[in-house]
Write a protein that binds this ligand. Structure first.
Ligand SMILES: [Zn+2]
Length: 734
């Protein structure tokens, strides 16, 4: 008997008759789905009983499904009411002229407890990645976007895939959070599979990938607000589509949908932001206690009292010819990494105020790191004696903490011996709102311009909580994003009311989709993507117009990168940030020298100073000059193909390498509609490149950031040939 199928002139979807598994998604001559070798479900459900214990139910546990084909649609009905008290109906719509299939699911259960999450549909693609001789690659939406070309890369790293469970483990595909958007792709042979959740409520999800018996499993797992017995219909469609092109084409599809539902306002149109956000300050970050590594006791260092850093900063400001946003770490008078209480600053408020005034008088800015919505009972940082255990017990504060499904309280992110012991505070509680607003107000009153208030809330994630006493459901779901937005709105309103509307807030990693408007400047974490694969500017492509993020403190960049084998790696990271349109950032060591990253020990030899500083100065001159309308608030377009530059291997510590062209490129459109390409050479020697510019007879090449040296160069047979000096950028207008 022929396998059930649903097809139009673009796509063919095929299913296994016995299990309902997705066996085929054919676009042109390519089937994107791996052959079924093992036992593949179409859907998996996770129930929890009254005590919180999990029961995993797979559609392969059901009797063979019933297929009902209609014109342009298919229903697949799974019925295990008699054995499991569960029914599932999946509906797939495929309009005749569309390359998108829309998938919906309705579940009905009569079980005790609740339905916690659904993974739907199970998509398994072949492992034809470059590392095993194929040409395929995945785009993963965490850490601003990572291209996956080798499954072993992440499996060998210190951050292998693990299923997301309470408590959250941080560097993973938790959405909205470290994963900022809701689609995955698999591309091969010039065409691409798009697997997106078009969910305007930004419901909590796991969006991941991992090795599967048959290939690579692409995971879209959605949490359901603790679905009780009865019927539940997913409120949005999951979209499986295929098209020609690469991940930019897929991102364009997602951007069209995202912009149709997101209420964030473009930076260029906002009147509520301070003018400095358009001045392209360079972020300079360093700790004022400790020696570049955060665990254990932290004594004042070379940068304390705060004012002692001024000579170093003045010199840097001159060398970089830029405004600086000085962003302090380990400044808290409580203890570093001991949230939520940070105030007063070490040494008292007067010293920090004096420092802020001194920076402002030199046209620089001051920001502070905080540590997000967590609670600290004891901290090993600072003098090692910080202890709020008695207050925690006395006020029964455990009732405000994120609780696990079995009534347990645990915390993993920046929590443990050497740092702190505590919990995550549930963002839905009044306690979270009051304490976060209270600390923010105290900070703002000292003349601070920027508070990275939500460090450790990656992407400003609302972490999982199962405590209904907080006013939300008994499991993660659609409540997370509104709870966090409510918290952000409360802090914002409180700052505005206290006369600090100009103070901006940010989080660690790029702000996830629901938080774009509230968090316009954030501490990026693209470099953590080197633990999984190749970072790409997918976040910038989607959302750059709505924010002004910075390169980040590059925490633990040398965990993945071997700086001795690839001494140009910092220049590569700077070039990546530049072509992504992000503010540049510098991390200092105790001598006031540019260092590799935060958490690189200060005894590690720093990178060569002068070439890197000169590179940063040149790049920021573009951001402040002729590149400004594009790199600051512009809209990213698909880049032109660039070939010919030297290829260099970035050495990854667990024995792998990522080959990089010495010239990175991006393509932008200004809000006025002009277009420009940027090319940046991160090596210290010239590169001759060939750039595909079909449809143009000539291109305007600009090598000076002032824009003063425009030269029209002929484009021959659709190709522009160009020399690019070492450690420099050029701009091309067409
Ligand atoms: Zn809660």
């Amino acid at each position: 008997m022929e396998a059930p199928r649903l097809a139009n002139s673009h796509l063919t979807l095929g299913f296994d008759r016995q299990t309902g598994a997705l066996a085929q998604l054919r676009f042109k001559n390519r089937n994107f789905i791996a052959p079924i070798l093992g036992k593949r479900p179409l859907v998996e459900l996770n129930f929890r009983d009254a005590s919180g214990e999990a029961l995993r139910v797979s559609s392969t546990d059901f009797p063979p499904p019933r297929f009902v084909a209609r014109d342009g649609s298919m229903e697949i009905e799974f019925d295990a009411w008699d054995s499991l008290r569960v029914r599932v109906t999946i509906s797939i719509a495929l309009a005749e002229d569309s390359d998108e299939s829309f998938w919906r699911i309705e579940t009905e259960h009569g079980r005790e407890g609740y339905l916690e999450w659904i993974e739907f549909p199970r998509v398994v693609v072949p492992n034809d990645l470059g590392a095993v001789g194929g040409d395929a690659r995945l785009l993963w939406p965490a850490l601003e976007g990572v291209l996956i070309e080798d499954l072993a890369h992440r499996e060998k790293s210190p951050l292998p895939y693990q299923e997301i469970e309470y408590p959250n483990h941080g560097w993973c595909g938790y959405y909205p959070g470290a994963a900022a958007f809701q689609f995955l792709t698999y591309e091969s042979g010039g065409s691409i599979l798009y697997f997106g959740s078009h969910d305007p409520r930004y419901t909590t999800k796991e969006i991941e990938y991992c090795r599967d018996d048959d290939g690579i499993r692409l995971i879209q797992k959605v949490y359901l607000d603790a679905g009780p017995a009865g019927k539940h219909e997913l409120a949005y469609p999951v979209v499986l589509a295929a098209m020609e092109g690469d991940w930019y084409a897929a991102a364009g599809r997602y951007r069209r949908w995202s912009e149709s539902v997101n209420s964030a306002i473009r930076i260029s149109e906002r009147t509520d932001l301070p003018p400095w956000i358009h001045d392209s300050p360079i972020v300079v970050t360093y700790p004022v206690t400790g020696h570049g590594h955060h665990s254990g006791k932290t004594d004042p260092n070379e940068f304390f009292p705060f004012i002692r850093a001024l000579p170093v900063l003045e010199k840097l400001g001159d060398a970089l010819d830029s405004r600086l946003l000085v962003l302090l770490m380990h400044w808290e008078g409580t203890a570093p990494w001991a949230p939520p209480y940070v105030w007063p600053p070490r040494g008292g408020e007067t010293g920090l105020r004096e420092f802020a005034d001194s920076l402002h008088s030199r046209n620089h800015l001051l920001g502070l790191y905080c540590s997000g919505t967590a609670w600290t009972n004891t901290a090993d940082t600072g003098d090692g004696t910080y202890n709020r255990t008695a207050e925690f017990k006395r006020d029964h504060l455990i009732r405000y903490m994120c609780r696990g499904p079995r009534g347990e309280y645990r915390c993993k992110i920046c929590n443990g011996e050497g740092i702190r012991l505590g919990y995550d505070i549930c963002p839905a509680t009044d306690f979270a709102r009051d304490v976060m607003a209270g600390e923010a107000n105290k900070i703002a009153a000292s003349g601070i311009d920027y508070i990275q208030l939500f460090d450790q809330n990656l992407g400003c994630a609302a972490y999982q909580c199962h405590d209904t006493a907080h006013g939300h459901s008994a499991a993660p779901g659609a409540w997370g994003a509104p709870a966090m937005r409510g918290l952000l709105a409360h802090v914002r309103a409180s700052l505005n009311a206290s006369g600090a509307p100009h103070v901006l807030l940010g989080c660690e990693a790029a702000a996830a989709e629901p938080y774009l408007h509230d968090l316009p400047i954030n501490d990026l974490r693209f470099h953590m993507g080197f633990c999984m694969g190749r970072p790409v500017p997918a976040y910038s492509y989607l959302f750059h117009e709505y924010g002004c993020n910075f390169m980040g403190n590059q925490v633990e960049a040398l965990m993945s990168i071997d700086e001795k084998a690839s001494p140009w790696n910092l220049a590569l990271r700077l070039a990546h940030s530049f072509i992504a349109g992000d503010l540049l950032a510098i991390v200092l060591n105790g001598k006031g020298e540019l260092h590799w990253s935060w958490c690189t020990k200060w005894e590690v030899p720093p990178p060569p100073q002068e070439p890197h500083l000169a590179f940063i100065r040149r790049l920021n001159a573009w951001r402040r000059g002729a590149g400004s309308p594009f790199l600051c608030g512009g809209r990213m377009l698909s880049p032109a193909q660039v070939a010919g530059a030297e290829c260099v291997p970035l050495a990854i510590r667990w024995g792998l390498q990522l080959d990089y062209s010495a010239v990175l490129t991006s393509h932008w459109q200004s809000q006025a509609g002009a277009q420009a390409h940027f090319l940046v050479n991160f090596l210290d020697r010239p590169q001759r490149i060939r750039m595909a510019l079909g449809g143009h007879d000539e291109a305007c090449v600009i090598t000076q950031p002032s824009g003063s040296d425009m030269a029209n160069i002929p484009v021959r047979e659709g190709c522009l040939e160009l020399d690019i000096s070492g450690l420099s950028a050029v701009m091309i207008r067409t």
